[in-house]
Design a protein around this ligand. Structure first.
Ligand code: PEP
Ligand code: MG
Length: 294
């Protein structure tokens, strides 16, 4: 019942035997922040920043406009973590004013970090905004659709440039800001050990990882009978990532829809997953499930 869930506010996400797992929330706009607080999430595990680009009235959001939103999230969450994913534009998330040509396979196309590394200036503006917001709370940066170590190195290079600019301008930011990546391609799964030497944390995007592992478009209605988000290959992949990332002493989270699937929670805890990040409305139901597990 609603009352039973209400009583879970302020409680820990801990199993009967004392195993702890963080439950964070996914958001896409400033309007979602309120429900993150109301549902008592441990932080924002995924801020889908591309929605800021999609809802900015036909032009690129400026550094100041982005700073406003990120700062609001950071201040609202206080000491709790806010993971801002750099824009995952493309795929199903179209930003018309960029004038990108239509593609036959947009989910496997020009999107996410691929656009950011191609449009350096656009990327640097976003990184500057995130860095500046990091002076007001506990912000981390996360790169989407990573497939190689080289992409991470290139992205970190632009991040360093943004930091250097801010230092020269005497603008405050968190010098120790953590940097992570989404694991949402089979390539990223298989090189997660190498990636873990370059980054501080990871989050598995099971929505993309499922469609790219099964080679099935997640939005194709004719495939729903075949689209098995519990496919053994996917479970194996999550296990591989958790092991590789933990061997390097880094943290691993899951932020795709599967994170909210309470039939999977026990398995995720057994695998040692450090954090689950779900829609704000799923935070308390997930906490309820965690507290039932032996
Ligand atoms: C995912 O792919 O699982 C994910 C969390 O990112 P998005 O759903 O925004 O593609
Ligand atoms: Mg994704």
């Amino acid at each position: 019942t609603v009352e039973a869930l209400e009583r879970l506010k302020g409680k820990d996400n801990v199993t009967q035997s004392g195993q702890r797992i963080d439950v964070c929330a996914n958001i896409g706009s400033r309007e979602d922040i309120e429900s993150v607080l109301r549902n008592d999430a441990n932080g924002i595990g995924l801020f889908r920043s591309e929605f800021i680009y999609m809802e900015s009235n036909g032009k690129l959001p400026t550094e100041e406009q982005q700073l406003q939103v990120y700062q609001l999230a950071a201040e609202a969450m206080g000491p709790k973590k806010v993971v801002i994913r750099t824009a995952d534009i493309g795929g199903d998330k179209k930003v018309e004013y960029l004038g990108l040509p239509a593609e036959a396979n947009p989910m496997m196309g020009y999107r996410g970090i691929r656009i950011s590394l191609d449009k350096n200036e656009l990327f640097k503006v976003q990184l500057r905004a995130i860095l500046r917001a990091s002076a007001f709370g506990n912000i981390s940066i996360m790169f989407p659709m990573i497939t190689s170590v080289e992409e991470v190195v290139a992205a970190k290079k632009i991040l360093e440039k943004a930091k250097e600019e801010l230092r020269n301008e005497k603008t405050a930011f968190d010098e120790n800001i953590e940097v992570g990546a989404m694991i949402e391609t089979p390539a990223a799964v298989l090189i997660s050990g190498e990636l873990a030497r370059e980054l501080d944390f990871f989050s598995i995007g099971t929505n993309d990882l499922t469609q790219h592992t099964l080679a099935m478009d997640r939005q194709n209605g004719r495939l729903t009978n075949h689209y098995n988000s519990h496919h053994p290959a996917l479970i194996k992949m999550i296990r591989i990532v958790a092991n590789n990332v933990h061997l390097e002493g880094k943290r691993i989270s899951i932020c795709g829809d599967l994170a909210a699937d309470t039939t999977m929670t026990e398995l995720f805890i057994q695998m040692g997953i450090d954090e689950l990040s779900v829609a704000p409305s799923k935070v308390l139901p997930l906490r309820k499930r965690i507290r039932e597990i032996q």
